[in-house]
Every structure is written in C-alpha cells, then in structure tokens.
Design a binder for this molecule. Structure first.
Ligand code: NAD
Ligand code: UDP
Length: 331
C-alpha cells in the first residue's frame, strides 16, 4: 500500500506456472497486477479465471525487447517488479539457448533499468541451478557452485548467474532495491503436461498408463517444493524490510531419489505403468537439497506441504485436465 492506494505490481513471466500463482497471491492481497509474457511456455489458460478481474491486465511482450511504451511511462509507476520470465524446463530452455541466455541477461537488465527509473523494488527468480552439480551438500547461499559454462544447460545456469550478477551490481550501486530468490525444484497445478520436468512427466505417464521414463539409474536426488509454499516465500521475501540480504534459498529440504519419486507416484495413482530407463542428460546434477536456514531466520518461512499432500493435489489437477478434453493439459 502507498498513500492508502493498493500497490501496482509487474509480473514478468506471469502466464507461466509460478507466475500465474504469484498473480493470484498478489491479487488476493489487494494489489493491481500487470502480467507480461511472450507465451513461450506460459499459457493464457493459466490466467483465464482473471479475465474479468478489474485489477488485472495481461500484456504480450518479450523482456528482451524494449518494454511497451505504456509500461515505461511515468504514469505506470510500479511499486514492485517480479522477474519470473524464463523457460525453466531443460527441454524448453535448451530449444532456443540463445533466447534463454538473452532473456536472463538483456531481459533482466531491461527490468532492472525500469525499476531504477521508477524506484520500484525488483525481485529476481533465480535458481538452484546456479549451484550446478554441487560439491557441497546441502547447498547454502554462500556456495559458489560447480557449473559447466559451455554445456547444454549453460544457457540457463550461466544466464541466471549473470542475472544475479547484474542484480547484485544494481544493489551495490544503490540503483535499485532488490530481492533474489534461489528457487529449488517446485511443482503443482498448472505445470504443462509437455513441460518435460520429472514431476509432470511421471504423473502424466502414470495417469495415461504409459511407461515411466527414468533418466539414468534414478539414484540422482532432488528436493521438491509445493507451489503454494514457494509463492508464500516469494511474498515474504519481497516484503522483507531489512537491507538487501543477498540471495535467499527457497525450497523444500526433503530430498529423495528420482526412482523413489516415481515409486511414490505409482503408489498414489495405482497406475499399472512400468518403469523404463533413458540416458541421463549431459551435466544432470547428481543431488540437490536446499539449506533454508537463512529463509527461516529472515522470513520465518519454511515449507508446510508434505510431498504426499502436494503430489495428491497435483495428480488430482492433472486427472481433471485429462477428463476435460477442452483443457488437455495432460495429453
Ligand atoms: P514457466 O516456463 O512455466 O514460466 C516462465 C514464463 O516466462 C512463461 O510464461 C514464459 O512464456 C515466460 N517467458 C520466457 N521467456 C520470456 C521472455 N523473454 N519474455 C517474456 N516472457 C518470457 O516456468 P516456471 O516454472 O513458472 O518458472 C518461473 C521462473 O522461476 C523462471 O524464471 C525459472 O527460471 C524460475 N525457477 C523455477 C523453478 C521451478 O521449479 N519451477 C526452479 C528454479 C527457478
Ligand atoms: N528426469 C527423469 N525423467 C523424466 C524427466 C526428468 O528421470 O521424465 C530426471 C532428470 O534427469 C533429473 C531429475 O529428474 O535428474 C529432475 O529433472 P527436472 O527436469 O524435473 O529438473 P532439474 O533437472 O532441472 O532439476
């Protein structure tokens, strides 16, 4: 709130999986929200329920390009700018690696420059991928990471590292008030069936009775956070009143192997699907678990949703999409 007026918020990447849930959370707190998206991986249907919402607007634009002039106008004085724009799934971000890198570097610079010009607080959705294939476990914010700078994941990992660099540089020079979240694997309703990430793949395969694809031997680990918990972390981090705290890990520290995840989904769906193995992608991190001590201390935040509860919600959502052919999220 500013002068008793509700705040105005720009959500770049607002039609995506996380961005659409963030728009919902901001609107439920009374904000006016403008979502900006190029629909590379985002979908209008994620925001269809907001079509008649007077405090919401959707703009079709790419953050690599100059922002539409009405968004740069002084009258459009955003209080907050969230940058979630960037394809997050390996097959999608690797489909056009140059665009992925430019989205993180040029796009983040465009939004930081806008934040500087109008005095908005800026939020960067960074990622646990900046830790690469970690040699330190679990990963604390102080760990610098182990990233292959020239491999097929580099467009995303190095792009996000550069986006963090730019954001920290703007903060050091006091050009913008910034927040940086390092997000660990997050799942929930509104993921795309063709997203390619493990939770959506395994659930859709189980519901269809298709083979469940495990890459490698399934012993690699991840730690999965339910979307509502993550968005609560976003809101708390953006609202944090102290000086710039540096990057903050947001994720669920409960770690499990990809093989165990597949077994859990099979049990929860009662699916007859068989597990099949596929080659492990190049540079696939072997393990990943957030140390969330900083988020607990600064924000009083920790995830509340167990994997069983989150998976049941997500399975129910994909099952509903399958039964409604018009939505067809789960092909
Ligand atoms: P997503 O692919 O569903 O959402 C990304 C959105 O950004 C999409 O709507 C896409 O169309 C849009 N977009 C991409 N490039 C753009 C550009 N140049 N200009 C405008 N819009 C663009 O992915 P998500 O899971 O919702 O991820 C959102 C953000 O969170 C991303 O920045 C991602 O790197 C980060 N993140 C997500 C996870 C996760 O587990 N979901 C983990 C770590 C980081
Ligand atoms: N994975 C898998 N089967 C799939 C999709 C992914 O075994 O159908 C593996 C993938 O190789 C990785 C883990 O699951 O080890 C998580 O992959 P995801 O793409 O969801 O996230 P990220 O690798 O970016 O953490």
């Amino acid at each position: 709130m500013k002068n008793g007026k509700s705040k105005l918020v720009l959500v770049a990447g607002g039609a995506g999986f996380l961005g659409s849930h963030l728009c919902d959370a901001l609107l439920s707190e009374g904000a006016h929200v403008i979502a900006l998206d190029n629909f590379q991986t985002g979908r209008k249907q994620n925001l269809r329920h907001l079509e008649r919402e007077p405090r919401f607007d959707l703009v079709d634009s790419d953050i690599i390009k100059p922002l539409p002039s009405h968004l740069r106008s002084r009258r459009m004085k955003f209080d907050e700018i969230f940058n979630l724009a960037c394809a997050a799934s390996p097959p999608h971000y690797q489909a056009d690696p140059e665009h992925t890198m430019l989205t993180s570097v040029v796009g983040t610079h465009n939004l930081l420059t806008l934040a500087e010009a109008i005095g908005a607080r800026f939020f960067l959705a960074s990622t646990s991928e900046i830790y690469g294939d970690p040699e330190v476990h679990p990963q604390k914010e102080s760990y610098w990471g182990n990233v292959n700078p020239t491999g097929p994941r580099a467009c995303y990992d190095e792009g996000k590292r550069a986006a963090e660099t730019l954001t920290f540089d703007f903060a050091r020079a006091e050009r913008a008030d910034v927040r940086v979240a390092r997000i660990f694997n997050t799942y929930g309703p509104r993921m795309r069936a063709d997203d390619g990430r493990v939770i959506s793949n395994v659930i859709c395969q189980a519901l269809a009775g298709d083979d469940i694809t495990i890459y490698g031997d399934g012993s690699q680990t991840r730690s999965f956070c339910y979307v509502s918990d993550l968005v609560e972390g976003f809101m708390r981090l953006m609202a944090y009143k102290g000086a710039f705290p540096g990057a903050v890990n947001l994720g669920n520290p409960v770690e499990l192997t990809v093989g165990d995840l597949a077994q859990k989904v099979l049990a929860l769906t009662g699916s007859p699907s068989q597990i099949v193995t596929r080659p492990l992608p190049v540079d696939d991190p072997r393990r990943r678990r957030p140390d969330i001590a900083l988020a607990k201390q600064l924000l009083g935040w920790s995830p509340k949703t167990s994997l069983d509860v989150g998976l049941r919600e997500t399975i129910a959502w994909f099952a509903d999409e399958r039964s409604d052919g018009s939505k067809a999220a789960c092909a």
